[in-house]
Structures are given as structure tokens and as C-alpha cells.
Design a binder for this molecule. Structure first.
Ligand code: HEC
Ligand code: HEC
Ligand code: HEC
Length: 467
């Protein structure tokens, strides 16, 4: 069957023959040619497609390389690999442990393997899962899979993604791990209700009337594939994001801790958000992993490494334009104050934490708290430093951080681990110092908070950041 059908399809030079489905195929064909297809019902057509898909992937006779390439780009924009490739594992074979309040969830094998992956899924199965979380087997996946955001993916993009996962990804034989969630929480049927309440009416993205085309493209990427809100939007007790679109003030206003890191406010607040970043700052940060104001670390490192560094300049500019269109909610403004700079420059260590800063931080972040352009981030006026929750600041001092490696900045600059050198009091002092100097105004940090994080924080090994 394979040898007969494939040359036939190819001979007709029908692009995207599988992925745009029979209707659009008929729309594009001249009438006379349609007759050739009288024997080919929709169902058998799809059947041929599915049967052929893996063999096409392995032979070089890919029917539409452009579609697969586009799908790869979209998979990068959606950062599928972040969850579907485990530490040291094969691409997209799943098995990554994701902790949730009810237990550990493991990501699925989404390679086109026919027994353990999604090799037998039709386009409709795939699109249904991406938009409503419902698997081919009929159960609903845990919302650790950000389908409420992915539901916004447009049909043409969904087709390209499907083409990539069927034809551009190597099948891997690796069975999915069962979630480590105890009964009765392990029952999946309540997830139907969760979806019904919190992610109803999955709709592909449509631009708001009168919206600027660039902002609209940015909204599509951020709210949809980029699922930036999965980390940067606060969640309710029932775990749904408080909002999924930019027209709500809570959207991207700063999320809950991810592995001990605080996903900061991305709205235009002057002190806690991106108010003082211009669009070029945002583009540069997402492309290279740093700019002269901040550097990506913690949970944001892999996002830059796997995803945003690959986006085209025009898509990054669209994301930046969209983020800049989100108004802030606070009227606080940042004004640089050089009191601490003058004191440190003259060797005055009287402010609590100043001595630790001079001994352990000054060499990289500088006495004026402004760091060194792109290499060492500024601490003055940095939203990460003044975030209400000081966990990022404490954890980065305890455990250090490594800037993500990107095509444009291949050397990973390192912030050293200082847990061995500084005690809880010293870390509390220096954290308080940076949160209250150079014009920063945030609450101080106590030694108890440091002691708690020292005990509970477990660094997550970041395979993505290895050079
Ligand atoms: C933040 C983590 C995360 C990201 C990002 C993510 N997924 Fe998932 N995905 C999951 C988890 C976890 C599951 C399994 C959930 C469960 O068992 O209920 C899953 C399940 C799936 C399934 C169902 C597979 C099956 O056999 O049931 C598909 C298909 C899928 N994801 C595709 C994708 C694609 C395509 C992307 C990128 C556009 C993506 N995922 C990005 C976490 C993620
Ligand atoms: C897996 C969680 C996660 C996802 C998904 C995520 N971020 Fe982040 N992001 C973080 C964390 C944590 C930080 C704070 C650490 C840092 O500044 O690098 C952060 C920081 C940032 C910063 C720097 C803010 C500052 O003031 O320093 C920007 C800009 C940003 N994210 C943009 C985005 C965009 C755009 C997306 C979607 C394409 C996104 N993030 C998706 C976790 C995430
Ligand atoms: C050897 C140079 C070096 C020293 C010493 C150092 N840092 Fe850093 N620091 C860095 C680098 C590099 C980054 C960016 C890390 C990343 O992107 O993963 C960073 C990031 C940070 C950040 C996150 C800012 C952001 O937005 O990216 C904070 C907060 C911070 N350092 C505080 C401190 C404090 C406090 C000390 C002293 C106790 C200190 N650092 C000592 C190099 C250093």
C-alpha cells in the first residue's frame, strides 16, 4: 500500500497533503482531479496519512519540509521541550517529573512512536488535546500541560506543529510513567470539572478589533504559544491562572514561586515591572539572556535557552510591543539615590550589610549597584531585587546562578554559590542591603527566612543551561 499511495500523492505535487485535511485539499484541486479521489473517503484518506507518517519521517521524502520547519519554530516558541524532554533523556520522550501540590506528574512521550508516543494520533486528536486537554484515550491531562494557553493557537499553526511532531521528531520507544499522586486525588474525572470551570470555550486567537498588528502578534505569542502567564500570572487556590489575557490587570503581574524563583511582574510598573525597560531592552533580554538591566536566571534561564533565543527579531519585537502595551497598576516610581554609592566609595561600612556587600558582591555588581553592562546585572532599580517575595534574592546568594548559554552569548557567566561562605545573618544583612539601597525600597530579610530556604531549597539541575 505504501509504495502505491505515496508516489501517487507525490506525483500530484499536493503540498501539506496530510495536514490540511481532505476539505482544503478538495478546495485546492481542479474539479477533474477530484474525480480521481472518488474512492478516497475522508477516513481512509486520514488512515493513509497516519500509516505513512512515520515512514515518511524516516525516509527523506518529506512532503512539505517548509511546514515541518515552521512547526519546529512553533514548538520552540511553545517551549515543548522544557517539559517533554527529561534530564539526559531523548528529545520529546517525556518522563520529566513536574511537582504539583497534589503529587508528582510526569510529562508524556510526544514523539511519533506508535505504541508509547502520539504516532497514532490524528490531527484532530492532537488539536483537541492542545486546545482542551482531552487525550485520544479520552481523559483530561493535568493543567501542568498549559493547554489553556495553547488553546489560542490558530489552525494553520496547529497544522504545522502537528506536521513537526509527526515528521520532524524521531520516534522514541519509552512508556509514560504513571503520576505519583495518591488515591483519591489520582482520579482524573474531576479534571473535567476543572477544565469546565477554568478553561472553558477554548478558542483560537483572534485579534481584538482595532488592535495594532504588531501588538496583536505579540499577544498571540505571549498569551498563546509562549504561555508566559503560566509562570508570570498569579494562580488561585484551585491552581488556575487568575487571567489568561492582557485585558485583566492580574495578567503577567507576577506569579507564584517556581522551583524557588519569583517570576516577576512583566507589566509596565516602574519599580516592580518592565516600566523602565524599552522594547529594545526586552528584545535583547529574550534573545541573549541579559541586558544592561538584568540577566535571566532560575526558571527563566531555560525559557531563554530553549525558546526565546530562537524567535525572529520581528516576533521578539512583537512580544516587546505587546508587553509594553500592558499598563502597570502602581504609581511608585524609581529614582536612583547615590547615598550608598558615596558611602561605599569612601569605605563607610556602617549600614547593615554594607561590609558583606563590599567583601562579596562589589567586585561584580559594583559599589553603585549598577553592575557592568550585560555581564553583571544591575541591582539598583531591579524588579527581581525588590520583589515582595525575597526568595529569588536569597536563593541566588545561597546557590549562585549561571546565565543561559545562547547563540549570541555563548559563555555562561556565573554568579558564585555563597552558601558555604556566608551565614544566615550575613545573607539576611546583604539581601536587606541591596533591597534598601540606591533608591530600592523593599522590606528587609530575616535570618529565619534564609535558614528556612537553606534547608528547603533544592536546586533543580538545569540540563538546558549546559554549554
Ligand atoms: C509546563 C510543562 C509543559 C509544556 C511547556 C508542554 N507540555 Fe505537553 N504535557 C505536559 C504534561 C505534564 C503532560 C501530561 C499530563 C498528564 O499526565 O495529565 C503533557 C501532555 C501532553 C500531550 C498528551 C500526550 C499523551 O500521550 O497523552 C501532548 C500531545 C502534549 N503534551 C503536547 C505538547 C506540545 C506540542 C507542547 C508545546 C507546544 C507541550 N506539550 C508543552 C507538560 C507540558
Ligand atoms: C517556567 C517559568 C517561566 C516562564 C514560562 C516564563 N518566565 Fe519569564 N521569568 C521567570 C522567572 C522565575 C523570572 C525571574 C528571574 C529572572 O529575572 O530571570 C523571569 C523573568 C523574566 C523577565 C525579566 C524581568 C526582570 O525584571 O528582570 C522577562 C522580561 C521575562 N521573564 C519574560 C518572559 C516572557 C516574555 C515569557 C514568555 C515567552 C516568559 N518570561 C516565560 C519564569 C518564567
Ligand atoms: C563573580 C561575580 C559575582 C559576584 C561576586 C556576585 N554576583 Fe550576583 N550575579 C552575577 C552574575 C553573572 C549574575 C547573573 C546570573 C544569571 O543570569 O544566572 C548575577 C545575578 C545576581 C542577582 C539577580 C539579578 C538579575 O536580575 O539577574 C542578584 C540579586 C545578585 N546577583 C546579587 C548578588 C549579591 C547580593 C552578591 C554578594 C553576596 C553577588 N550577587 C555576588 C555575578 C556575581
Amino acid at each position: 500500500m505504501r509504495t502505491r499511495v505515496l508516489p501517487f500523492l507525490k506525483g500530484k505535487k499536493q503540498k501539506n497533503f496530510c495536514y490540511f485535511g481532505p476539505q482544503s485539499f478538495h478546495r485546492r484541486r481542479p474539479k477533474s482531479a477530484k474525480r480521481l479521489w472518488f474512492f478516497c473517503s475522508k477516513r481512509s484518506f486520514l488512515f493513509y496519512c497516519l500509516l505513512l507518517a512515520p515512514s515518511i519521517a524516516l525516509s527523506q521524502s518529506d512532503p512539505n519540509p517548509a511546514l515541518v520547519t515552521q512547526g519546529k519554530y512553533l514548538a520552540q516558541a511553545g517551549d515543548c521541550t522544557a517539559c517533554h524532554t527529561s534530564l539526559g533523556g531523548q528529545s520529546f520522550a517525556g518522563g520529566l517529573a513536574i511537582s504539583s501540590p497534589i503529587g508528582t506528574i510526569y510529562s508524556s512521550n510526544i514523539t511519533p512512536d506508535k505504541t508509547t508516543g502520539i504516532g497514532t494520533w490524528s490531527y484532530d486528536d492532537f488539536a483537541r488535546l492542545m486546545r482542551s486537554g482531552k487525550t485520544k484515550q479520552g481523559y483530561i491531562v493535568y493543567p501542568a500541560m498549559p493547554y489553556p494557553s495553547y488553546s489560542r493557537i490558530t489552525d494553520p499553526d496547529m497544522h504545522a506543529l502537528y506536521a513537526y511532531f509527526m515528521l520532524g521528531v524521531q520516534p522514541v520507544d519509552q512508556a509514560d510513567r504513571r503520576p505519583g499522586i495518591p488515591w483519591p486525588l489520582s482520579m482524573r474525572w474531576p479534571l473535567h470539572f476543572w477544565r469546565w470551570f477554568f478553561a472553558p470555550g477554548a478558542q483560537p486567537f483572534t485579534a481584538a478589533a482595532g488592535q495594532d498588528a504588531q501588538v496583536s502578534r505579540g499577544a498571540y505569542l505571549v498569551e498563546g504559544l509562549g504561555h508566559c502567564g503560566a509562570c508570570h500570572t498569579p494562580r488561585d487556590l484551585t491552581l488556575q491562572e487568575e487571567s489568561l489575557t492582557g485585558d485583566h490587570a492580574s495578567y503577567l503581574s507576577g506569579g507564584g514561586l517556581i522551583d524557588g524563583w519569583v517570576p516577576v511582574d512583566l507589566r509596565s510598573d516602574d519599580t516592580t515591572g518592565l516600566g523602565r525597560w524599552n522594547t529594545q531592552d526586552i528584545v535583547y533580554f529574550l534573545k541573549t539572556g541579559s541586558n544592561d538591566k538584568a540577566a535571566a536566571f532560575g526558571a527563566m534561564g531555560p525559557v531563554v535557552h530553549n525558546s526565546t533565543q530562537y524567535l525572529t527579531d520581528s516576533d521578539l519585537a512583537a512580544i516587546a510591543a505587546y508587553l509594553k502595551s500592558l499598563p502597570g497598576s502602581s504609581s511608585d516610581t524609581f529614582t536612583y539615590d547615590n547615598t550608598e554609592t558615596t558611602a561605599l566609595d569612601s569605605g563607610d561600612e556602617s549600614k547593615q550589610g554594607a561590609a558583606v556587600y563590599l567583601a562579596s558582591c562589589d567586585v561584580c555588581h559594583s559599589a553603585n549597584g549598577e553592575g557592568y553592562r550585560e555581564a553583571f546585572p544591575a541591582l539598583a532599580g531591579n524588579p527581581v531585587v525588590v520583589a515582595d517575595n525575597p526568595s529569588s534574592v536569597i536563593n541566588i546568594i545561597l546557590d549562585g546562578a549561571r546565565r543561559p548559554v545562547t547563540q549570541t552569548s555563548p559563555s555562561a557567566l556565573v554568579m558564585p554559590t555563597l552558601a558555604w561562605k556566608l551565614n544566615d545573618q550575613q545573607i539576611a544583612d546583604v539581601a536587606t542591603f541591596i533591597r534598601t539601597s540606591w533608591g530600592n525600597h523593599a522590606a528587609g530579610v530575616t535570618p529565619d527566612e534564609v535558614a528556612h530556604l537553606r534547608k528547603t531549597y533544592k536546586p533543580v539541575p538545569n540540563r538546558e543551561l549546559s554549554p
